[in-house]
Ligand binder design. Structure first.
Ligand code: SF4
Length: 251
């Protein structure tokens, strides 16, 4: 077993970098409209292969906006369920269509995929460019379909800081709390990508939040597969993922 991946227990898929939002706090910077999306078959095979060798505890799909490709997302989560991965999450901004029939259909697709938790990004930043109405309709549709939804806000400086963005966020998530949705801890915005460019005045005091998703290349817990198939130092379209795992070296 590759010693650098001996603690591997999680798989993440960046389904696409295309996004329906243009958030000023996005850690990924500007989103290209020409981004590819992960190939369904290759993604499914990668989940099966990794699970055949490792005890994977969690899987997450995100983007960009992953629900621009809901059928792919659903196949990944269905496979994760079949392979016995206990925690199966998606992070979405909830805006992939204005068509209520399609929104309802996607909620049903996710229900059937056995996704365990839909983490719905709602806050002052997302709602600057993403209309709330279709997001609320999607949340309601998921709830009726029996899918667990957790509202996941982004906080600026800290959850308790009373800057104007946080005050707006409190009001927005309150609408969901009033309807009985759980509010998760969300995350504190860190200085990277568009956030660094647009919100730099909030990161001046020297103790700006660190990127919580960074991990040591010498002890990888999470295998992240990009929307172009890239993973570790290679690509699952060109080599079996287990071979990439075997060959990985951080130096
Ligand atoms: S923060 Fe999320 S919704 Fe907003 S632009 Fe970035 S990926 Fe899209």
């Amino acid at each position: 077993m590759n010693e650098y991946l001996k603690n591997l227990n999680r798989i993440e898929f960046i389904v696409t970098m295309c996004c329906t939002g243009r958030c000023k706090h996005c850690s990924e910077g500007d989103h290209s409209t020409g981004s590819p999306h992960i190939d369904t078959e290759a993604a499914v095979q990668a989940v099966k292969d990794v699970c055949s060798r490792y005890d994977i505890k969690s899987l997450m799909t995100f983007g960009g906006e992953p629900l621009l490709y809901p059928e792919t997302v659903a196949e990944i989560h269905r496979t994760a369920f079949e392979m016995g991965i206990p925690q199966r999450d998606i992070i979405t901004n909830g805006f992939f269509s204005k068509d209520k029939n399609r929104i309802h259909e996607v909620a049903m697709i996710l229900h059937e995929s056995r996704v365990e938790r839909v983490m719905l990004s709602v806050d002052a930043f997302h709602q600057e460019t993403i209309p709330l109405e279709p997001v609320e309709f999607f949340a309601d549709s998921l709830k009726s379909a029996g899918v667990y939804v957790e509202i996941s806000p982004a906080w600026l400086v800290s959850e308790s800081d009373d800057n104007p963005y946080n005050l707006k966020t409190v009001s927005l998530i309150g609408r969901f709390a009033d309807k009985g949705f759980d509010i998760g801890r969300g995350n504190v915005i860190f200085p990277q990508g568009s956030a660094l460019k647009n919100l730099s005045e909030y990161f001046l005091n020297g103790d700006a939040p660190q990127n919580p998703y960074e991990e040591s290349p010498f002890d990888i817990h999470s295998l992240c597969i990009g929307c172009d198939g890239s993973a570790l130092n290679g690509n699952i379209y060109h080599k079996n993922v287990l071979q990439l795992v075997e060959e990985y070296s951080p130096v």
